[in-house]
Design a protein around this ligand. Structure first.
Ligand SMILES: [Mg+2]
Length: 394
């Protein structure tokens, strides 16, 4: 077992809207919507807690927000102000520990394990100190969750929002008891679709999920998702806090010795590169949300084309199928000099979904062997016997 960690998730409360209310006293206590005017097209960037009472949420069309609350005050966002405040918030985090992983402008994970001894081994002191500095220096509020890992810390920061502090109890049996009454939708990565499928099987709370037989979960969701679900239901998550921004992208490219016109050669090349990208994603602990290809022809004309994915993936064949679809849509008319495949919009949060949702590119649903397992086996063999030890058939 790795050493116990202490992770904080700090999340500013209704960040953009709170900055607006702070800077304009006339807005305080009122429903405030950041994101343009209600008569134009646009979406809500942030809503004050007063506006949220009317059901207004981020990413909702501003027209809809106006319909729900005609009295709401609509303000244009001031991104430069928010970003200046964000810098000050992060400077406060970095006074505590260098192990800060930004999630967005107003949200971060802090691994404070190594700093605890400076705070009488009490993480609540650290959390209160951060909240106090944000209140006193920036006149804003933040909510903090304290837990042994990122999943639980993020879940905890949301529990007493706004202006809240939550500590997930330890040890393991207490963690499971803490999670048991919560809805399965609270699990990071469980979206509406997966929640609906779980409900079909009468799994509504995380406790229901803890009691579900693993073999049953595997049958419903496939091996990989079942394992994720089961681990998260027990509150287990070993993802590290990345000190720096995680890698922005991973790519692989190849210049042919001779310009190539044969689609079978292109296909084989993209397969090898997709496997390389997949292997590096798995090694780094990421999933990709966007795949791109690069094509350069004999005249040195280069194009790149990208495709967003409906769900994050790290499977070789998902990457390959996306790359092939992009190649087919942009079929080279001239001999090809260079080909490349890349993954971007990386995330360390898998999406938990049933097999039918992974069936994205008119491939049959995963049958035996599980493609994710196959990827793991290939990784292990290649680590042992070298990169070219094994190749997939074309
Ligand atoms: Mg926030």
């Amino acid at each position: 077992m790795p050493a116990e960690r202490t992770i904080l998730h700090v999340d500013m409360d209704a960040f953009f809207a709170s900055v607006e209310q702070r800077d304009n006293p006339a807005l305080r206590g009122k429903p405030v919507v950041v994101g343009g005017s209600p008569d134009k097209r646009g979406v809500v960037a942030a809503a004050s807690y007063e506006a949220r009472k009317f059901g207004i949420r981020s990413a909702m069309p501003t027209r809809e927000a106006h319909r729900r609350c005609p009295d709401a005050v609509f303000v244009k966002g001031r991104m430069s102000v928010y970003s200046a405040v964000s810098k000050k918030v992060f400077a406060i985090f970095e006074d505590i520990t260098p192990m800060v992983q930004p999630v967005s402008v107003d949200e971060a994970f802090l691994d404070v394990t190594g700093a605890l001894h400076l705070w009488q081994n009490d993480p609540v002191r650290i959390a209160e100190h951060i909240r106090e500095r944000i209140r006193n220096e920036l006149h804003l509020t933040a909510s903090v969750g304290i837990a042994p890992n990122k999943f639980l810390a993020k879940l905890a920061s949301d529990i007493n929002k706004p202006d809240g502090l939550s500590l997930v109890p330890r040890p393991q049996p207490d963690i499971e008891a803490f999670l048991a009454p919560l809805a399965v939708g609270r699990i990071w990565g469980v979206g509406k679709k997966t929640e609906a499928r779980l409900t079909e099987h009468n799994i509504r709370t995380i406790g229901d999920l803890q009691r579900a037989p693993p073999a049953q979960l595997t049958r419903w969701f496939g091996d990989l998702s079942a394992r994720h679900l089961h681990a998260l239901a027990r509150g287990l998550d070993d993802r590290p806090v990345h000190e720096r921004d995680p890698e922005k992208s991973i790519s692989s490219e190849h210049t042919f010795d001779q310009d190539q016109t044969d689609p079978a050669v292109w296909r084989a090349c993209l397969l090898e590169q997709s496997e390389d990208v997949g292997r590096r994603l798995r090694k780094a602990g990421f999933w990709t949300q966007c795949v791109h290809i690069k094509i350069r022809n004999d005249r040195f004309e280069t194009i790149t084309r990208q495709q967003k994915l409906p769900l994050p993936t790290r499977r070789d064949l998902d990457i390959h199928h996306t790359a092939m679809a992009l190649l087919e849509q942009n079929a080279p008319a001239r001999p090809v000099r260079l080909l490349g495949v890349g993954a971007s919009h990386l995330t360390d949060t898998p999406s938990i979904a049933g097999p039918q949702q992974l069936d994205l590119f008119s491939e049959p649903a995963p049958v035996q062997p599980d493609p994710a397992k196959l990827d793991d086996i290939l990784d292990a063999l290649r680590a042992k016997y070298g990169k070219n030890a094994l190749k997939r058939g074309g």
